[in-house]
Design a binder for this molecule. Structure first.
Ligand SMILES: NC(=O)c1ccc[n+]([C@@H]2O[C@H](COP(=O)([O-])OP(=O)(O)OC[C@H]3O[C@@H](n4cnc5c(N)ncnc54)[C@H](O)[C@@H]3O)[C@@H](O)[C@H]2O)c1
Length: 196
């Protein structure tokens, strides 16, 4: 993103969760202004700093998301909200296709309707299934082997198609957890090297 950092705010979905809350800290460190939406199903209100605007709500609530985008001058969305437990996704696939895929569709639509220009999606290595090469590359075939991975891959497909049809720039991230850990820091907790 090349816009001046104070020109717009960044909506962080799932910003009270593990990775989202660290993204909020990283954004603050980098001079951006994050705004969090989280329904607190697995997240924690305390994980969001007091000086960050926090909205308790669901990404599927299009009226609420539209209000946030307009009132907070949201120019980018970082999308972390979702369900992430692989065995649960096998036992209850519809929960995953709803929370990860259907609700992401609603969020993407809100982004397009609200004129948001940048969308960063926290995807997962589970989209690759059991890849034949390691480390995986950007063009490694995606062959998920569980509903969690497929529910995220379908969101990637939606974003690909929406980016081609609308003025929306997409970034797909496959995040590893050490990247999150190094941002939970303060004076007594300096940045650490990632584990091997
Ligand atoms: N943890 C990992 O190792 C890992 C690895 C790769 C990708 N990811 C992806 O990163 C994202 C975040 O993972 P995490 O480990 O921080 O999980 P998490 O459960 O700690 O965080 C998810 C957050 O989203 C919120 N949420 C869930 N559904 C919501 C909804 N419909 N509306 C609003 N808020 C909602 C939860 O309350 C929670 O705060 C997920 O999309 C996951 O697929 C995680």
């Amino acid at each position: 993103m090349t816009a001046a950092k104070n020109n717009f705010k960044i909506l962080v979905t799932g910003g009270a969760g593990y990775i989202g809350s660290h993204a909020v800290l990283a954004l603050k460190d980098a001079g951006w202004t994050p705004v969090v939406i989280d329904n607190l199903t697995t997240g924690f209100r305390w994980a969001v700093p007091d000086d960050v605007i926090f909205v308790e709500g669901d990404i599927e609530d299009s009226a609420l998301v539209a209000q946030i985008i307009a009132q907070q001058n949201i120019g980018a969305i970082m999308h972390f909200a979702g369900s992430i437990i692989v065995p649960e996704s096998v036992e209850n696939p519809l929960k995953y296709y709803h929370n990860n895929t259907v609700k992401s569709r609603a969020l993407i639509e809100s982004a397009v309707n609200g004129g948001v220009k940048h969308f960063i999606f926290s995807s997962t290595a589970a989209t690759y299934g059991v890849p034949e090469e390691s480390p995986v590359r950007e063009d490694t075939p995606t062959l998920p082997i569980n509903p969690y991975g497929l529910s995220k891959l379908m969101t990637e497909y939606m974003l690909r198609d929406v980016a081609a049809a609308h003025d929306l720039t997409i970034v797909r991230c496959v995040i590893s957890t050490w990247q999150a850990r190094i941002h939970r820091r303060g004076p007594d907790n300096p940045p650490q090297e990632p584990p091997i």
